[in-house]
Design a protein around this ligand. Structure first.
Ligand code: ATP
Length: 320
């Protein structure tokens, strides 16, 4: 992608509401995604992730800039996109009337597979994502998480060399989410599939992503490997404390931690240099503090920390 720019015109608003001005959702975006890479787009609600992937998939025409995918100019020839990539949008209602099995098999057929190959592929992906129990039911009669999983299965059918997945695990339970991340990892490892992944689930996604672009207000504000991005925030570690009810603020060490913490209900989050974190862990795991503690975690920087350090608002980022 080079120089991708997209501004939505201001819309009409109900009488009395403030006028809605135009929104520039992509600002001069330049990104190179290598073949076989699992590439993440990270950013808060409204950062422009969906706008970007819709341009990448030929569904939305940029105002300026270019998208070249496997040698094809997708701004000039957007209809080539469906032959090159599988796209899972945020909302997929097109398959709602079909059963899960038929949705997967039909998608594979539409992507050019012979009937028996499409059937075999359907069987394999139903097993891979553990969908057998709901395979005979129409998508519209499934729970939100099950429907999303069925849509992921359809996206995987037909073996496109590029997968563009917009929040594939939204609304899924942990078992389903794990199955999706494993399926993505397998496509990359076995087929060399290129995957572009929009996600809010930063901690989970970290394990599958080769590189990540962080978007904020339509701009790419950082792009690197997860490790490279984490190096940006230095060596601070994150200490999370969850208290049973009242923390023992009478203890001077605990009162000092309170002053440095971000407090959300019973949860305190602290970002500390490693040696200071060690002292803090010693303080909270001794004496009355430990008795008052419900849970604690100590973690090295995550992509979420990177995002926050880069000045993002943090809203909308989700931890597993
Ligand atoms: N059709 C549209 N018309 C006008 N403005 C739009 C339209 N679609 C998106 N926007 C605006 O463009 C900006 C980027 O939206 P986009 O959906 O790309 O963000 P996102 O990063 O995908 O957000 P989310 O995480 O909530 O899915 C937002 O300010 C949004 O309000």
């Amino acid at each position: 992608m080079r120089g991708l720019t997209k501004t939505y015109p201001g819309g009409r608003r109900p009488r009395g509401a403030p006028p809605a001005g135009p929104v520039t959702a992509s600002r001069d975006i330049a990104l190179d995604i290598a073949r076989g890479e699992v590439f993440g787009l990270l950013g808060p609600n409204g950062a422009g992730k969906t706008t970007l992937v819709r341009q990448l998939t030929g569904l939305l025409r940029p105002d300026a800039g270019s998208v070249t995918l496997l040698g094809h100019d997708l701004v000039r020839h957007p209809r080539r996109a469906p032959r090159l990539l599988a796209y899972l949008g945020q909302e997929s209602t097109a398959l709602d009337e079909l059963t899960v099995a038929l949705a997967i098999e039909t998608t594979a057929r539409l992507r050019g597979l012979d009937a028996d190959v499409a059937r075999r592929e359907r069987e394999a992906v139903v097993e891979e994502l553990d969908l057998a129990a709901v395979a005979a039911r129409p998508l519209k009669r499934l729970s939100g998480g099950q429907r999303r999983l069925a849509c992921v299965a359809a996206a995987l059918a037909g073996r496109r060399p590029v997968l563009v997945l917009d929040e594939p695990t939204a609304g899924m339970d942990p078992v389903a989410r794990r199955a999706v991340w494993a399926a993505i990892d397998r496509r990359r490892a076995c087929d060399g599939t290129t995957v572009v992944l929009v996600t809010h689930n930063v901690i989970e996604a970290e394990t599958v992503l080769d590189r990540v672009a962080v978007l904020d207000a339509g701009r790419v504000i950082a792009c690197d490997t997860p490790g490279g991005l984490k190096a940006l925030v230095g060596t601070d570690v994150r200490l999370e404390l969850v208290w049973r009810d009242e923390p023992p603020l009478g203890e001077p060490e605990i009162a000092a931690l309170r002053a440095a913490a971000t407090v959300a209900g019973r949860r305190w989050t602290l970002r500390l240099p490693a040696d200071r974190a060690r002292e803090a862990v010693a303080a909270v795991t001794a004496g009355p503090a430990f008795a008052a503690l419900d849970d604690f975690t100590l973690a090295t920087p995550s992509l979420e920390d990177v995002y926050l350090a880069l000045g993002g608002r943090g809203a909308g980022l989700e931890r597993s």
